[in-house]
Design a protein around this ligand. Structure first.
Ligand SMILES: O=C(CO)[C@@H](O)[C@@H](O)COP(=O)(O)O
Length: 257
């Protein structure tokens, strides 16, 4: 555990951490509601942006000048039933993936995918939320090492093209995170199917990352059946680009100035 304690942070920072804990705890229910997880096999995290001075002050208060205290993220505790998840047991980590003294029980370890989430936050500054599931249809494409071809307008809308396959990597160090970042940096997709493991999704915030996980499973299922009974054709790239631009910039309720 890190020497940092919640009390080392300013009131403003502690309020931001508390808000992130509420959000992340609530979003795990969305994974269940959308049938994306069996047992505890999935996790959601959210970045907590801190003003640099707040992060530095906390580090100095903890007598810690080293380590990445430029921000924090909140992630679920490993292996805890979704029925027991609540804001108070959401684990707070530095961007190095190290738990701070966050008033959860000392014994509560962060998700086993914490290193992967942390790597994404360190290397993709625009990402505010990360989700990992083993949802059945997306994971069956991962098991085959096959990317999902962009044969649906919904895929063009949300993923801007195919949903790519990432490399096979073992859990426990930066390998998975590195594979996620390398794959997503080469694509517009918000989802990557890690080979023989399962989907990881990103978003500007945690709710957008959960949406990407829901839509990833939805299109994985639809294309699975389309391929079983036919030969669906990939949408032309210029049409994918037009669909993606509309959906990302026009769809829904935009703030009308
Ligand atoms: O696949 C694995 C472990 O192999 C994890 O993603 C999954 O079980 C969720 O683990 P956590 O409960 O988040 O530690």
């Amino acid at each position: 555990m890190n020497a940092l304690h919640l009390n080392d942070f300013s009131l403003t920072a502690r309020e931001a951490i508390a808000e992130a804990r509420e959000t992340v705890a609530g979003l795990h229910a969305e994974l269940q509601r959308n049938d994306l997880v069996a047992w505890t096999a999935g996790n959601v995290s959210a970045r907590v942006d801190l003003p640099q001075e707040a992060a530095q002050a906390a580090a100095e208060a903890a007598g810690q000048a080293s380590g990445d205290v430029s921000g924090l993220f909140v992630i679920k505790p490993s292996g805890v039933s979704y029925d027991e998840l609540e804001p108070g047991n959401m684990v707070v980590c530095t961007l190095d993936g190290v738990k701070i003294d966050d008033d959860t029980s000392i014994g509560l370890s962060p998700s086993s995918d914490t290193a992967a989430h942390a790597y994404v936050y360190r290397h993709m500054p625009h990402v505010g939320g990360v989700v990992h599931t083993h949802s059945s249809y997306a994971t069956s494409w991962a098991a085959r090492g096959e990317s999902i071809p962009c044969v649906l307008t919904m895929m063009a809308d949300e993923f801007g093209g195919d949903i790519p396959i990432g490399p096979f990597a073992l859990i426990g160090d930066d390998s998975i995170g590195r594979g996620i970042v390398e794959t997503l940096e080469a694509s517009r997709s918000k989802a990557v199917l890690m080979d023989r493991h399962g989907p990881f999704t990103i978003g500007a915030d945690a709710r957008q990352a959960v949406k990407a996980a829901v839509l990833c499973e939805e299109v994985a299922r639809t294309v699975h059946f389309a391929r079983a009974y036919g030969d669906p054709q990939r949408i032309d790239q210029d049409q994918i680009d037009a669909l993606y631009a509309r959906y990302q910039n026009v769809y829904g309720q935009k703030d009308h100035a």
